[in-house]
Ligand binder design. Structure first.
Ligand SMILES: Cc1cc2nc3c(=O)[nH]c(=O)nc-3n(C[C@H](O)[C@H](O)[C@H](O)COP(=O)(O)OP(=O)(O)OC[C@H]3O[C@@H](n4cnc5c(N)ncnc54)[C@H](O)[C@@H]3O)c2cc1C
Ligand code: FES
Ligand code: FES
Length: 457
């Protein structure tokens, strides 16, 4: 096991021994390396001003480019990767296209947009261009010139020059050591046995996956994380199995990696994931992190509850399977024991003939947390309604499910017995319960959810 942090920064091979691995990449770039092109806007993953690109080799050795928010990424997670900042681009077509299309005014957001568009241009299967920049905010230019720049950049790119750059990068990445690493209290294992052993010996250690929730402990709560177990390189946790009856998604599989499989279960799940954070969040964030974080407005849980998903939990060499509906014991409380972690999420597939819909209501279409999220399933054998934003935890509406056989209005009346939602800055209690009832009615009336996804409160 080595005790250095080995990665590449804009082509330069680094091996750090004396750095705090829970320092954010943004502060490290700006304060330690003087690379101030990467900006800080919100320090919580919302504005994209700090976007940089991570290059990495996947399990099959393919080169991937991930846009990430440097403000909430711990540098300990850089092991084995290359960080590309705006200073690392040398007159790339993206930069030229931004100039040609007048994509910048005050310029504060510009490095973040350039890097988001760089990742877009480097992707062999790009997301739609509007999705590629949905995680970047600009307060003065307006988005049309930036979208034009994105389209132009792909046209300007010289395939030979890009291939040469990719080849050199692939060789640099392949030359990095691939070993379990411990730098101070930051443990970065390659196998699930190592992870389980470390957590058994250090049950108080914080588990870090994508860091899209945990990163805010550092930037907003100023917490010192003395002991951390990073799961992002644990090979068994990167497995995604697609069986006849279910998906089994390892705890370190990111939303971006799970997207096709989950969207393949039902198109509404794809639409929901497209609106879960933005590309930067989905590049590192995980289902397991969403579940363990346990926010009552976490978006994946209503879907997983409706589909009757289960969690594989592991502690030392012991593992057990727990239904997601039995996982939460209260507001952000769950049944995980000290030293126990989520190993995988099992998601049953829909039965033929099942009726299913997912609705996310939020104030903004892109990159916004739900006020209410509902996933509704009716098939020959069962009725399961999963809700977020209605209680202290994501929860099933059991009384409404039971009453649904008596008619839709009986189900809507029973929903009031299921939930006593709170009023907060996202929605009032009245809005939440009324919206949830109306979502049930829309589902019953078979009104397409696509239109509802556009709805704003
Ligand atoms: C800008 C922004 C937008 C967002 N938008 C949305 C949104 O639209 N909808 C939504 O639901 N969420 C949203 N989130 C929240 C966040 O992205 C998700 O909750 C994400 O799924 C967290 O996963 P992660 O891998 O980043 O977890 P981390 O941040 O690494 O960890 C989160 C928690 O889970 C624990 N944990 C992680 N992995 C495990 C494991 N294997 N076993 C046990 N515990 C574990 C950690 O200890 C921590 O307590 C957003 C976040 C940001 C920053
Ligand atoms: S500074 Fe706003 S997303 Fe990082
Ligand atoms: S150019 Fe000023 S914020 Fe985008």
């Amino acid at each position: 096991m080595k005790s250095t942090l080995d990665f590449i920064l804009n082509g330069e091979r680094l091996s750090l021994a004396d750095e705090n691995p829970t320092r954010t990449l943004l502060t490290w770039l700006r304060e330690r390396r003087g690379l101030t092109g990467t900006k800080e806007g919100c320090a919580e993953g919302d504005c994209g001003a700090c976007t940089v690109v991570l290059a990495q080799l996947d399990a099959a050795g393919r080169l991937e480019y991930l846009p990430v928010n440097a403000c909430i990424l711990c540098i300990g997670a850089l092991e084995g990767r290359e960080v590309i900042t705006v200073e690392g681009l040398k007159s790339h077509p993206v930069q030229q296209a931004m100039v040609d299309c007048h994509g910048s005014q005050c310029g504060f957001c510009t490095p973040g947009f350039v890097m988001a568009l760089y990742a877009y241009c480097k992707s062999s299967e790009p997301v739609p261009l509007t999705d590629a920049i949905a995680g970047n905010l600009c307060r003065c230019t307006g988005y049309r010139p930036i979208l034009e720049a994105g389209e132009r950049a792909r046209r300007l790119a010289d395939p030979k020059a890009e291939a040469a750059e990719d080849g050199a990068r692939r060789a640099r990445l392949a030359a990095l050591p691939r070993e379990t690493t411990q730098l101070g209290g930051f443990f970065n294992p390659l196998t699930v046995d190592e992870l389980a052993g470390f957590l058994a010996a250090h049950p108080q250690a914080a588990i870090l996956a994508g860091g899209t929730d945990a990163g805010l402990w550092i930037t907003k709560q100023h917490r010192d994380l003395h002991e951390v177990a990073y799961v992002g390189r644990v090979s068994e946790l990167k497995d995604l199995r697609d069986n006849a009856l279910e998906l089994e998604i390892g705890a370190a599989v990111t939303y971006a990696e799970a997207f096709d499989a989950l969207a393949g279960l039902h198109p509404d799940i794809g639409e929901l994931l497209r609106r879960l954070g933005a590309v930067q969040v989905r590049a590192t964030g995980t289902l397991a992190g969403n579940i363990a974080n346990g926010s009552p407005i976490g978006d994946s849980m209503p879907v997983l509850l409706a589909l009757n998903s289960t969690l594989v939990l592991q502690r030392g060499r012991q593992s057990r399977e727990v239904g997601l509906e039995d996982f939460y014991t209260g507001y952000r409380q769950n049944v995980l024991q000290p030293g126990e972690f989520i190993r995988a999420v099992r998601v049953p597939k829909l039965q033929p003939g099942a009726r299913f819909a997912v609705y996310k209501l939020s104030k903004r279409f892109d990159q916004d947390i739900s006020a209410v999220c509902a996933a509704l399933l009716v098939d020959a054998a069962k009725t399961r309604f999963g809700f977020g934003g209605m209680a202290a935890t994501p929860a099933r509406a059991r009384k409404a499910e039971a009453a649904y056989a008596e008619g839709i209005e009986a189900a809507c009346a029973a929903l009031i017995e299921d939930f006593k939602p709170l009023s907060d800055q996202r929605a009032s209690a009245w809005y939440r319960i009324t919206a949830a009832q109306n979502l049930l009615r829309k589902f019953h009336a078979r009104v397409g959810p696509r239109a509802l996804l556009e709805l704003t409160p």
